[in-house]
Design a binder for this molecule. Sequence first.
Ligand code: BTN
Length: 260
Amino acid sequence: MKPEQILKGLKTKTFGRNLICMEEATSTNDVVAELARQGAPEGTVVAAETQTKGRGRLGRHWASQEGKSLTFSILLRPKLHADELPGITLAAAVAMAKTLEDFHFRPRIKWPNDVLLEGRKVCGILTEMGPKKDRMASVVLGIGINLNQSSRDFPKELREIATSLYRISGRKAGRARFFQMLLLNMEETYRWVAERHFYKVLTQWRERSSVLGRQVKVTLGHRVFYGQAVDADEKGALLVRNDVGIIERVTSADVQTIQF
Ligand code: BTN
């Protein structure tokens, strides 16, 4: 992918205006973090065809197939408090879902950072904070989306739980156009967070959530509890009513819906 292909027709103000496309990176999140240290502007985007150390939440590995996925990170410099970070992840998930809808798919968002098509994961989001503790100096938002992989492109153990646009529709998606639309949608939903209109993200998230109203199993390190996902709050935390009726605020955990 060449920057010119993306920049031509890109309608954003800042997202992707400073764009670096690499063949291979360790992790685009690390490349952007380094650029942040060097003073790069908000909206800087680094995309890579493959990553040697692609990572997901909870220490998981993330694999990208050259030419078939979109793998990139964006530099943000929000004037928000650190505990508002989950809101950025939700905003990105909403932007991803809106983009998939623009391409006529019907996505669901699995709190906090997965976007699903037909119950399988099509996209992962990894939001990481820069060194400053309180007011966020920089945030790196990393996105991986499976566009044109066939089932054979996925390792066996992922075939049942991961999918791509191509597997769902049988058609190849134009990567440049998808990227442009995604950046535009992300810029919009990020602005909602940055300008403290988070309710707009929440409204959009509620309409697309795969967990709201469902019974869930919440894993917080070694602690596991069950309950019903009732809402997300103004900072993006998931609110779960536990077995004894108390609402627990979940900020960082693994959440699985339970089938009865
Ligand atoms: C997850 O599902 O747990 C999150 C996956 C995030 C993957 C993206 S790909 C671009 C960026 N660079 C990384 O190393 N990870 C994120």
